[in-house]
Design a protein. Structure first.
Length: 152
C-alpha cells in the first residue's frame, strides 16, 4: 500500500482534462483528494468561477497532453506505480459509461484543496480511467496542482 501524488499543469482556456489517470492493472487506486491553483490572473479584477469535475468510466484516452509520473510520498521505500497518467489533454477522454462522481466550483483567485472523506473517496478498480476536468475559462490561465491516490 503506497500513496502517490500525480502532478498536472496546463496553460490555456479550453475545456480540458487537467489529469487523466488509469489505475494499475494489478492494483486499485483510491482517490484521496486534489489541489489546484493558478499563477496568471493575480490582480485580475474579474471573478471567475470554473467547474471542476471528477469523472470515471471513459474507455478512450484523451490526447494532446503529456505524461505525468506518479510520485511516491514515501521517499525511502515506496515502489513505483504501475499506473498511467496524462496531463492537459485537450481532447478529452471519452466513450464508455462515464460517471460524474463530483463537481466543485473553483474561484480561480483562490488556490483550493479538496480532501475527500472516506465516504467521498473514489475507488478505481484495476485499469479503470478517471479524469479531473475543467470548464473553459474566459481567458488563458496557468494552472497547476496534483491529485493524491492510494494504491492498494
Amino acid at each position: 500500500m503506497a500513496i502517490f501524488t500525480i502532478p498536472f499543469a496546463y496553460t490555456g482556456n479550453a475545456n480540458v482534462d487537467l489529469l487523466e489517470l488509469v489505475a494499475p492493472t494489478a492494483a486499485k487506486w483510491i482517490v484521496l483528494g486534489f489541489d489546484i491553483g493558478q499563477t496568471s490572473d493575480a490582480g485580475d479584477a474579474n471573478e471567475e468561477i470554473l467547474l471542476l469535475s471528477l469523472k470515471s468510466g471513459q474507455t478512450t484516452s484523451g490526447s494532446g497532453g503529456s505524461a505525468s509520473t506518479p510520485v511516491p510520498t514515501d521517499c525511502v521505500s515506496a515502489p513505483g506505480s504501475g499506473a498511467a497518467a496524462e496531463q492537459a489533454n485537450t481532447t478529452k477522454a471519452s466513450a464508455g459509461t462515464i460517471l460524474t462522481h463530483a463537481t466543485y466550483p473553483w474561484n480561480v483567485r483562490v488556490p483550493t484543496s479538496v480532501v475527500l472523506t472516506q465516504e467521498q473517496q473514489i475507488i478505481l478498480p484495476a485499469a479503470r480511467r478517471m479524469t479531473l476536468e475543467i470548464a473553459a475559462a474566459a481567458d488563458s490561465l496557468t494552472i497547476s496542482g496534483q491529485v493524491w491516490v492510494q494504491e492498494i
